[in-house]
Design a protein around this ligand. Structure first.
Ligand code: AMP
Ligand code: GLY
Length: 424
């Protein structure tokens, strides 16, 4: 099978690493790839947002399947363009991708099937939004409707701060993403990310992971794309998984099919697990980054036939096979991230880290400069390790981190703390 993989971050490196292990793979093309990923395939020099370039490359190289990592090309209609061209694509249509690109659409679908989620209302008028806030209790959750790269959620403790958030968003602080806002009930509990592969009608559950969104130890500092992850998630029991599948994932997939927008690809449910069971915070229409990386390390089954079956509407009933181990991941980020940061500093020691049994390092934001590896993004490397328990996996991942010599980077030292505390 000839595959074209779209994207060039840690998530795509992990997908490529796993796809490369498939006996079904004959060729792997990369758009654009990265220095780690390029070991498994041929980089085509096409960026992930170059839809024309990707469609042309898929046709000219006669690929059997395009696997899309990030959400932006999906929201821009890459899957639709490939469908028109007759190329199978793992990733949803732009219409189905609205589950992620429009919070109001996600809420409408959740409401239509009675999926448990926070009570909400949407506004494009500040006066009405503030009148509604007066009926709510703190903390107040105010969100931009559109894609806002993690900046679109404000959790305000006081009515005054909530009103400021309303004025900022509707005033255009995030551009068009915030012209419509959603105000919703605050959900209490522990967060987990759950994933399911869908072929438009059928659904195969994957497993859950937990990530760490804040930049600094103790869950302090600004929100990031994720500074670490681990799986399994102790909070995500069999019973919680069953409830998530029955009340949220399956009914939502059925509702999208009923509306003529069948969901093909991986559905990522961001959940709050509280006393009343799982409640939906958000949907994403792609794998989580860095959650994908720990899932790929724990998946024993061949990934390629599952991706192909999802893309072609032929998903089987058989469950996937997972390792009994745990996996932990530590993100090495550039100093300053998620704010301004420098690119171009030299990184040494990746090979030494990977010489440790059970350690695999994925590249998230690197580039080659001659023979040297240099930083080229905010999140730069993902050090992953498997172990018998989460504690073993975390300890091993940090042994890997210790081998990496990159003075211009930083990382959290407490990845997995919630899970480790649960075991004391
Ligand atoms: P989102 O962009 O919707 O994933 O929200 C970003 C983060 O804000 C989530 O990961 C949660 O930590 C938090 N959050 C969003 N909505 C709620 C809510 N209704 N209650 C509590 N926390 C929330
Ligand atoms: N790690 C969260 C995300 O990929 O959105």
């Amino acid at each position: 099978m000839k595959i074209l993989l779209v994207g060039g971050g840690g998530r795509e490196h992990a997908l490529g690493w796993k796809i490369a292990q498939s006996p079904l793979l004959t060729r792997l093309y990369l758009a654009p790839g990265n220095p780690g990923l390029n070991l498994y395939g041929e980089p085509l020099g096409i960026d992930a947002d170059n839809l024309d370039g990707i469609v042309d490359a898929a046709l000219s190289r006669n690929v059997d399947l395009v696997v899309v990592g990030p959400e932006a090309p999906l929201a821009a209609g890459l899957a639709d363009r490939l469908a028109q061209a007759g190329v199978a694509c793992f990733g949803p249509s732009a219409e189905a991708a609205r589950l992620e690109s429009s919070k109001a659409f996600m809420k409408e679908i959740a409401d239509a099937v009675g999926a448990p989620t926070a009570a909400f209302a949407r506004f494009d008028d500040a006066r009405q939004a503030k009148a509604y806030l007066r009926e709510c209790k703190p903390p107040y959750v105010v969100k931009a409707d559109g894609l806002a790269a993690g900046k679109g959620v404000i959790i305000a403790q006081t009515p005054k701060d909530a009103e400021i958030a309303v004025d900022d968003l509707l005033g255009g602080a995030l551009g068009d993403a915030g012209r419509t806002i959603v105000i919703e009930e605050f959900l209490d509990g522990e967060e987990a990310s759950f994933f399911a592969i869908c072929d438009g009608a059928r659904v195969t559950p994957l497993i859950a992971a937990q990530d760490h969104k804040r930049a600094f130890d103790g869950d302090r500092g600004p929100n990031t794309g994720g500074m670490g992850a681990y799986s399994p998630a102790p909070v995500f029991t069999q019973s919680i998984q069953q409830q998530t599948m029955d009340r949220i994932v399956k009914p939502v997939v059925a509702e999208l099919a009923r509306r003529g927008a069948p969901f093909k690809g991986v559905l990522f449910a961001g959940l709050m697990i509280g006393d009343a069971g799982p409640k939906l915070i958000e949907f994403n229409v792609r794998f989580g980054d860095p959650e994908c990386q720990v899932l790929m390390r724990l998946l024993k089954s061949d990934l390629l036939p599952v991706l192909h079956a999802a893309a072609t509407g032929t998903l089987g009933e058989e469950p996937l096979d997972w390792s009994e181990d745990a996996c932990a991941l530590v993100v090495l980020a550039a100093d300053g991230y998620p704010g301004a940061y420098q690119k171009g500093s030299v990184i040494n020691g990746v090979e030494k880290a990977e010489a440790i049994d059970e350690v695999v390092v994925f590249h998230a934001g690197t580039r080659k400069s001659g023979d040297r590896l240099v930083a080229n993004g905010g999140r730069v490397l993902n050090v992953t390790a498997c172990g018998r328990t989460i504690r073993d996996a975390v300890e091993c991942a940090y042994r890997g981190v210790d081998e990496i010599d990159w003075p211009e980077g930083y990382y959290r030292r407490d990845i997995g703390w919630r899970a480790l505390k649960a075991f004391i």
